[in-house]
Design a protein around this ligand. Sequence first.
Ligand code: APR
Length: 228
Amino acid sequence: MSGPRVVVLTGAGISAESGLSTFRDSGGLWEGHDPMQVATPEAYEDDPALVQRFYDERRAALAHVEPNAAHHALARLERELGDDLLVVTQNVDDLHERAGSRRVHHLHGSLHSAWCTACDVRHPWTDALGDRPPCPACAEPELRPDIVWFGEIPYGMDLVEDALDTCELFVSIGTSGVVYPAAAFVLWARGTTLELNLEPSAGATEFAESRHGPASVLVPAWVEELLG
Ligand code: APR
């Protein structure tokens, strides 16, 4: 069974023009918070209310933003390629899905999922978690954001590694290339590689080709070129 011909990795940069903060650009999300304060299991252990508030704010923000032309272009590409395209996103927002993408793998989890640390069941979730709602499965008030924190294992790495091993084209969109394992995907990809980013990422020289500019311009143009 051959895997997808095209694997696309997206990062916070693809959602920037929708109004969602990136992490490391000036004024980025982490500048408002110390990453070690809000995105580690230890931080959650030490101050669950702070961590829940950080993610409750980000989950609530999703209701006020829309997918942009880059998300829509990838949804168009999936309508044409079907299972020959896999989108692997580092993002925890739902903008790919709201643009119409169906085959989206959330490597770092999702703001729209809650994970019960009492019974280990995950639930679709759009409300706040800071007020410690009961788990729909076991009724314990132990739901945490279903987000992969620093030091935790990204989801579905087998799926991603298999796809990278058989793909003909790997495209990285809107990521700084400083967080692993996603930053290594360009090295694992079997086919040719393309970076579409506002500016050269940390791994830019590893790509066969790098194009720089806003995702809302570069991604539709690239999809048109690929399908044209
Ligand atoms: N169009 C294209 N790229 C953009 C745009 C834009 N409009 N705006 C910003 N970028 C680029 C920036 O140049 C930067 O290289 O998007 C990248 C965003 O980088 P980060 O803020 O580091 O986000 P990301 O790479 O997704 O972070 C990876 O780190 O904090 C963890 O788990 C978190 O998933 C996240 C991971």
